[in-house]
Design a protein around this ligand. Sequence first.
Ligand code: PMT
Length: 406
Amino acid sequence: MLHGKTILLGVTGGIAAFKAASLCSKLVQQGAEVHVIMTESAARFITPLTMQTLSRHHVHLDTFDEKDPAVVTHINLADRADLVLLAPATANTLAKLAHGLADDMLSTTLLAATAPIIAAPAMNVHMYEHPATVANMELLGRRGVRFIDPGTGQLACGYVAKGRLAEPEEIVEAVGRFFASQTLLQGKRVVVTAGGTMERFDPVRYLTNDSSGKMGFAIAEAARDMGASVTLIAARTSAPAPGGMELVRVESGEQMLDEALSRYEGADIVVKAAAVADYRPIVRHETKLKKTGDTLVMELEKTTDILAELGRRKKGQFLVGFAAETDRVDEHAMGKLQRKNSDLIVANDVTMEGAGFNVDTNSVRIFDRNGLVEALPVLSKRETAERLMRLIADRLPRRTGTEASL
Ligand code: PMT
């Protein structure tokens, strides 16, 4: 299952470190090349020799213990990893990672690593629920770190509560699922729109909305990480745009329409997370509009509904719209799905705390023609995006036998 994959296993100092031995052994049995970094505290719970024997590689503890003069070890380990797995991950290591501290071999390597990170926390329940730990995990979650939740049961400190390291079998399964998801959308072309359109009425002023682009960006990232080739059409955004995809910047709904249409024929999936203006000023002044009377009346005209236009021209593309609602969420969302001929509609109640515009989390209800498909709790936008893209991947027409065997 894990042949050809290089996993950097970070073992940190908690009693659950003993389970890292079994985890390491199972990863190696699945075909992974496993390199282990231990913290000094981890080495008090389990010997490096155990991990060396099971991983069949030197175990790294000290940043300055450079065994191979040809490389800088922490950079080399970071660069070679397809995945970084922290198990067990202590509150201290999570805090260091969240705040960019690099004071030992593991934290230094983590700072240098660009590979995805999966962390399996294990600690006392009060440490796990401490606001600092919660905030650190939220921050890491927003940066794309995935977590394998600890289990509930007898903790070494005597409590019966949440905080036990997930079992090695569960962690290996999660790692397998992670690698499998990397090819879920291989060969698919995905177009994502994000941000709020800007409708100018003079050279320095425009009508826009609160969209930060975070939701659309998370969707584009999730599609990219599932192997798709992604075009991101982004209007006005405040969040940093992701890399590893074609990025097309637009201002107005009209420009977004043109860019979306020009890529529509080659697209397999289109996700319209952008908040597009429904109306735009009829007149766009060439020079800055001067203050005159006490009131100003501006006439607006309807814009083209991009999603509805794509829905009309649909020839096998899988079309997904978003619905930002403040009332009668399900009813409005279903209405939009039908009117715009989309395959799914993702409704967010933008009056809900932790959902909608500008925040890092969302809580969505996903509908198809038959009604509610999935209601997701408040999750990071990245997690929401991954769930959505997995749902879409499941609904794509299955490959034919010939294609599948290629
Ligand atoms: O960007 P964030 O800060 O992360 O916030 C995320 C979000 C709230 C912007 C996003 O999740 C969301 O809900 N996007 C859609 C917002 C919206 O415009 O909803 P709507 O109900 O007005 O439109 C419904 C659908 O039609 C949307 O897919 C929209 O892109 C599309 N539409 C609308 C008008 C128009 N002229 N053309 C369109 O394509």
